[in-house]
Design a protein around this ligand. Sequence first.
Ligand SMILES: Nc1ncnc2c1ncn2[C@@H]1O[C@H](COP(=O)(O)OP(=O)(O)OP(=O)(O)O)[C@@H](O)[C@H]1O
Ligand SMILES: [Mg+2]
Length: 177
Amino acid sequence: MLREPDLETATRSAEETRALGEALGRVLGAGAVVCLVGELGAGKTVLAQGIARGLGVREQVTSPSFVLIREYRGRLPVYHMDLYRLACPAELEELGPDEYFYGDGVTLVEWADAVRDRLPEDHLRVELARPAAEAGPQPAGEDENVRRVRVWARGAGTGGPDHRGYLERLREAVTTC
Ligand SMILES: Nc1ncnc2c1ncn2[C@@H]1O[C@H](COP(=O)(O)OP(=O)(O)OP(=O)(O)O)[C@@H](O)[C@H]1O
Ligand SMILES: [Mg+2]
């Protein structure tokens, strides 16, 4: 089981999730890997859009069908993987994932659990959840737009990208605004 999250927060709209992503994007460095986990419609792409914006990407990040990875240019290269349509973990190898994971850009991985054993040991894991959906059927209300966001810095954090440091800087940004 996962230990307690290093950071837990909630957003009340897609724009708030985008802003949270933007705050994270601003503090990420070369080699960062951010794994985005959550059900359909949880807000993974919205968060990825914000992260890209925080990294200076001007183009809109989308999740096109039948493309597993898209590359964007910001202050660092941004690689957006969406593994929803991955047929099997081996298919990831066709992308040459280590070029991305251990390169000089930032890799965002939607549906990261599809390749759980193939991820770099060091990464940030972000889980998004809709508490309203988990609570079962209920009248539609503003709770529909609430997302619980939990973040973990994983790995030993020695030598490579400083995921723990990124998370601490995100924490500062979240608590000061
Ligand atoms: N607080 C919120 N944060 C993020 N998205 C929200 C929020 N409230 C409502 N939404 C809506 O939920 C949807 C999230 O869609 P998004 O494509 O980001 O999900 P996803 O996790 O990437 O799904 P998929 O698994 O299909 O890729 C959007 O339509 C967005 O407007
Ligand atoms: Mg998505």
